[in-house]
Design a protein around this ligand. Sequence first.
Ligand code: APR
Length: 310
Amino acid sequence: MHKITVVGAGNVGATCAQLLALKELARQVVLVDVIEGVPQGKGLDQWESAPIEAFDTRVSGANDYGPAAGSELVVITAGIARKPGMSREDLLQTNAKIVRSVTEEVVRVAPSTILVLVTNPLDTMAYVAKQVSGFPRERVIGMAGVLDTARYRAFLAEELDVSVEDIQALVLGGHGDTMVPLVSYTTVSGIPVAQLLNRKRIAELVQRTRDGGAEIVRYLKTGSAYYAPAAAVVQMVEAIARDKKRILPCAAYLQGEYGLEGIFLGVPCKLGAGGLKEILEVELTAEERAALEKSAQAVRETIGLVQAVL
Ligand code: APR
């Protein structure tokens, strides 16, 4: 790509910019933030690592959207991060207003861009960005499932003492408490995980995955996870920038898939040039379907709460 902008030069945004540059996924990476000097300083610092890391991606920062003009992809991480004891929903109103204003600015300077949403509560912020931008669903995608599956895969790899690369997993639904892990689609190099691990242990690892964000917040106290979230974003961006047509769990706008409509929810997506190329519908058990419906209901309720901001 020619230019990728990352809005929010905090922990997730800055880490994202660095990984995008290291992988040379664009010729230019622009960091935008409201805090004076921070995006400029972090951008320059990263650019100064280029001769050592041997990348030619020009990283820079700004407090306005001028340098973001013509971006082909914009990652939105702007917002307030979750503090200990704070639910994702507590963040709702503040972050909805931030995402609304960021989206308005981005649309003005980069009307053809693809938006990748990271700000929490993710499924609802993706909805806000879609409503405000008026973009088709191909160009508004949320990052959640790649992170949730990465956590789940890391825990399984540790438990089974095998390579993380050999664990494939699929997580659907909302990001966080209502996430729907599909155990029947979890394999270790094609071997169903249920043949290698008992149900009780799998359930414990699923629960740890569900609480994965909170576990990090408990340690960090003043911030939330960012290394794995940034890596997850960059995997999605790479699939799009290199037109890899990867099948990744992402938050996508549903138009009848899984019997759901008008909300963003985590589903298996094909990502390639242009953004979301396809949503894959997989068979679900009655229990999984019920969990997905519950997840959808939770997202609908949150969307109801942000209507005033739209
Ligand atoms: N425009 C641009 N940047 C903004 C705006 C805005 N209107 N409002 C806030 N920001 C910036 C903040 O100044 C801050 O630098 O967003 C950045 C957020 O960074 P952090 O506080 O470090 O939060 P981070 O850990 O990066 O998480 C960002 O991603 O995973 C989610 O839940 C997380 O919603 C949170 C987001």
